[in-house]
Design a protein around this ligand. Structure first.
Ligand SMILES: NC(=O)c1ccc[n+]([C@@H]2O[C@H](COP(=O)([O-])OP(=O)(O)OC[C@H]3O[C@@H](n4cnc5c(N)ncnc54)[C@H](OP(=O)(O)O)[C@@H]3O)[C@@H](O)[C@H]2O)c1
Length: 474
């Protein structure tokens, strides 16, 4: 079939174009820059430079095609989405752009028109399953989907076959939104407004692209294209947390959702959407059997495109780690300087405050006391480097050095507590020496690498038979 694709260079579009070509269709796709035209050509399709708002150019470009597919959008980034005016271009694409495409399709005598739309425009359905008959509450930024759907209906009214695909939110490794979610998840936040138990309608973008191809053979109508087994926000957040190596993520507080305006309120709804109708009508099946599989795949893919900036940098527990290393540095520096430069005083008076822990344990030996001082100063150097750089390797080196020096030291003194004079000395000596070793072990635990991420990234580098991720980040 000769197929015209608008939006064929987008997150969904470039996958759809590749699959349409693979299915044997002759594809023309809009590409508005030379670089995108090259991408379209590389995918085996023919690029054409057209602006959807230029009605005459659209009509000329669409001429000669049997099917027209509209996947064009302009959805603002997360940080912009709360501004009503950030959605203007998107609304115009769905109204004026879709109208121009339908005019072009009708003028060309095309038999079929496929329109991208949204499954997350349904009113809150709680835990109930929603299908294409559920009430739509497409307020604010999602209202324009109704304009696009109206254009599809106009095409059908003129005798053509129109297929509207209401997609769930895309799981896509190269989606700006997924990447933003990962960045926020690394900072501990699940950027999914709504109750933890509220359902989220999503779809892996590869499966959405498969649905676009299937739509060329499906009976006319409006269909939800979503994961076969949807998930709640709590479950999605748990998958995301595991992917970025966190135990759990904080959710968006309901007050922030309330203050976020209409766009955020609409995104907070519970939508347990069923894709059964499209599966039955087209035979299409998602390759990712559940939202869990789709989400994990897209998050891992996104991490591959944008791995943690510097795995050696400590990003979690920085405060406690800094405090423990700082205490270690001060302790080693104090003991080291005292023993090295005032060995007799150290022997007679350590640890100070009128207590004597060294002289009770054998005769004075200046050489040995100075050596203890020098070794503590050496440990202080390691601690200071760890404190200044706060690198995983330097902090762990300091922690291991403290364990190696501190464990035998504490063991010796625990076996010789009888030498000390009173209960205060016994408790003080035991607690301080064991405390040093415990603090070092805590440091080792706190500085463990983020679990899972590195191993999963290694696995993902050469995944067998998976769809390659486009390298043009969007
Ligand atoms: N269901 C969903 O969850 C859903 C749906 C859509 C988008 N998104 C997400 O939203 C983010 C941003 O999306 P996006 O809309 O910027 O990009 P996109 O969905 O990746 O692609 C939009 C497509 O529309 C084309 N387009 C836009 N304006 C046009 C115009 N005036 N004339 C001709 N073509 C035009 C773009 O062409 P150019 O390449 O030339 O700009 C591009 O091919 C992405 O991360 C995407 O995953 C999610």
């Amino acid at each position: 079939m000769r197929v015209f694709v608008a939006g064929g260079t987008g997150v969904l579009g470039r996958r759809a174009v590749a699959r349409l070509v693979a299915a044997g269709h002759a594809v023309t796709a809009i590409a508005r820059t030379d670089a995108k035209a090259a991408e379209v050509r590389a995918a085996g399709a023919t690029p054409v430079a057209v602006d959807l708002f230029d009605a005459d150019a659209v009509r000329a470009a669409v001429a000669g095609h049997e099917a027209v597919i509209n996947l064009a959008t302009s959805i603002p980034a997360f940080a912009e989405a709360w501004k009503p005016w950030a959605w203007r271009t998107n609304a115009r694409i769905r109204s004026e752009g879709a109208a121009n495409l339908v005019d072009g399709a009708l003028a060309a005598g095309a038999a079929r028109y496929v329109q991208e739309s949204l499954a997350f425009a349904y009113a809150d359905g709680g835990d109930a399953w929603l299908d294409e008959t559920a009430p739509v509450d497409a307020g604010g930024p999602t209202a324009s989907m109704l304009d696009a759907e109206a254009q599809a209906a106009r095409f059908a009214g003129a005798g053509g076959t129109a297929v509207v695909l209401r997609f769930g939110g895309f799981h896509a490794p190269d989606s700006d939104h997924v990447r933003d979610q990962i960045r926020l998840a690394r900072a501990g936040l699940a950027a999914m407004p709504g109750r933890p138990g509220a359902w989220l309608a999503t779809i892996h973008v590869d499966d959405a692209a498969g649905a676009v191809v299937a739509a060329l053979d499906a009976p006319g109508g409006t269909y939800d294209v979503v994961d076969a087994e949807p998930m709640t926000r709590a479950d999605q957040a748990a998958v995301l947390a595991a992917a970025v190596g966190r135990k759990r993520l904080r959710t968006v507080p309901s007050v922030a959702t309330a203050l976020g305006g209409n766009a955020v309120r609409l995104l907070a709804r519970s939508q347990r959407v069923s894709g059964a109708a499209f599966r039955a009508a087209s035979g299409w099946r998602p390759e990712h059997p559940s939202a869990r599989a789709a989400w994990a795949d897209s998050v891992d893919g996104a991490l591959l495109l944008e791995p943690p900036a510097d795995p050696g940098r400590i990003e979690r527990h920085r405060g406690p780690i800094r405090a423990l290393v700082g205490l270690g540095a001060v302790g080693a520096l104090g003991v080291g300087a005292w023993a090295q430069f005032r060995p007799r005083s150290f022997y007679d008076s350590f640890p100070g405050f009128g207590r004597t822990w060294v002289s009770v344990d054998g005769p004075y030996n200046e050489h040995l006391v100075r050596d203890v001082g020098a070794l503590n100063l050496a440990l202080a150097v390691v601690a200071i480097v760890a404190l200044v750089t706060l690198r995983r390797r330097s902090v762990r080196t300091f922690a291991w050095a403290t364990v190696v020096a501190g464990a035998p030291h504490a063991t010796y003194h625990l076996l010789h507590l009888d030498d000390l004079e009173g209960g205060v000395d016994v408790v003080g000596n035991a607690v301080s020496l064991v405390g040093v070793v415990v603090a070092a072990v805590v440091l080792l635990v706190l500085t463990q690498p983020v679990p899972g991420t590195t191993a999963r990234l290694a696995e993902r580098r050469e995944p067998a038979g998976s769809t390659p991720v486009a390298t043009t980040a969007r």
